[in-house]
Design a protein around this ligand. Structure first.
Ligand code: NAD
Length: 340
């Protein structure tokens, strides 16, 4: 059996999830006679040692030592501001890199690293896991097959049940860049179209500390695609009913909704309607559990050269350009053209 060694930097909220997912990934990879082994590091060394011990992974005290340990691929799950430097470090040792979204806190921070990756011929996959979610894949299939006709409306929603720590929000780039960037990415991926204009509004009726770090807890962006189609992208940190991620696509022939299932985080206001009857997802890890495993499987296949990159840094920065425009619109109160 072939062993692929992944080196993980950062075992916070999503890093621990990726590390934990290695077991499920190995179940899938067993059919290909491949096994993943994990080595990890984090500046919070005690915490990382505990995580490593719990998962049977090997702990390294620094990124440099991890990179020198003969890993086949680097997984970056640190805060957004550290992504460019860590991507560079992985590219410099000549191994494929998987980096959590986004590439950088904004487009300006991201463009130099895109150039660096191109110059060095690096391979970098960015973590937009929705591209691996069964619901989004089916919506794309229906759209591509023409089953929906021409699209007149797209409505995307992302609702966290509770806000992440304010320390995280302070360096996240803001709600559009941190959260809605997933919706901007999936809308581009699904439609194959560019979003050319954004007009956004936000509010802060939750913890005043979120406003104090320059962010909003809830926002809505009206988006216009390059063919004139309009849509909305809504996000909140306070969706008490559960982690709610949906996309409604309405066309001249048919309509589909991603995320409408027995665990959807709402109840019907109509009499006698029991659906959805299940317990809503509480976190992104629950909502996209199998998608996260599938994106890591794709990364292992990318390392082995058996598949093409499913989400390039250029793809991710294109979504970040929309997020930057949404943030600018939020601040100026005016519609903003996306700098394509
Ligand atoms: N794809 C998704 O659905 C999704 C969901 C959540 C977060 N994210 C992204 O993942 C990234 C991490 O988010 P999080 O919520 O896990 O953050 P977090 O703050 O919970 O965890 C970050 C971890 O990285 C460690 N760290 C920071 N700098 C480091 C460095 N230079 N070297 C080693 N370790 C370092 C921290 O100690 C911490 O443990 C963010 O960029 C975020 O946008 C993606």
């Amino acid at each position: 059996m072939k062993t692929i060694t992944l080196g993980l930097v950062g075992v916070g909220r999503i890093g621990v999830m990726h590390a934990t997912n290695i077991a499920a990934l190995n179940d899938v990879l067993a059919a290909q006679d491949v096994r993943v082994e994990l080595k990890l590091t984090d500046v919070a060394a005690d915490h990382a040692r505990t995580v490593a011990a719990g998962l049977g992974a090997e702990f390294f005290p620094s990124v440099e030592e991890l990179l020198a340990a003969g890993i086949d691929g680097l997984l970056i799950a640190t805060g957004t501001a550290t992504h460019p430097e860590l991507i560079k470090a992985g590219v410099d040792v000549g191994i494929p890199v998987f980096c959590e979204k986004p590439v950088g806190v904004n487009v300006e921070e991201s463009l130099p690293i895109l150039e660096y990756i191109r110059e060095k011929g690096g391979t970098v996959q960015i973590g937009h896991q929705r591209r691996f979610d069964a619901g989004y894949l089916e919506a794309k299939r229906a759209y591509d097959a023409g089953e929906l006709g021409w699209i007149h409306s797209l409505r995307a929603i992302t609702g966290d049940m509770t806000p992440p720590p304010v320390e995280f929000l302070a360096t996240s780039g803001g709600l559009f860049r941190d959260c809605s960037v997933h919706d901007f990415d999936i809308l581009r991926w699904l439609t194959g179209r560019e979003i050319v204009e954004v007009y956004s509004r936000g509010s802060n009726n939750g913890d005043p500390a979120i406003g104090a770090v320059g962010d909003v807890d809830t926002a809505l962006a009206v988006i216009t695609f390059d063919d004139g189609t309009v849509g909305t992208v809504a996000a909140t940190r306070y969706n008490g009913a559960g982690h709610d991620v949906r996309l409604e696509i309405q066309g001249s022939k048919g309509s589909v909704m991603v995320g409408l299932d027995g665990q959807s985080a709402f109840r019907s206001a109509e009499a006698g309607i029991a659906f959805p009857a299940g317990t809503p997802h509480r976190t992104f890890a629950e909502r996209f559990g199998s998608a996260y495993v599938a994106e890591l499987q794709a990364f292992v296949e990318l390392i082995q050269g058996t598949r093409t990159n499913p989400c390039t840094p250029e793809d991710a920065v294109a979504a970040s350009k929309v997020a930057d425009a949404a943030q600018e619109s939020l601040l100026t109160g005016a519609p903003v053209r996306v700098a394509l």
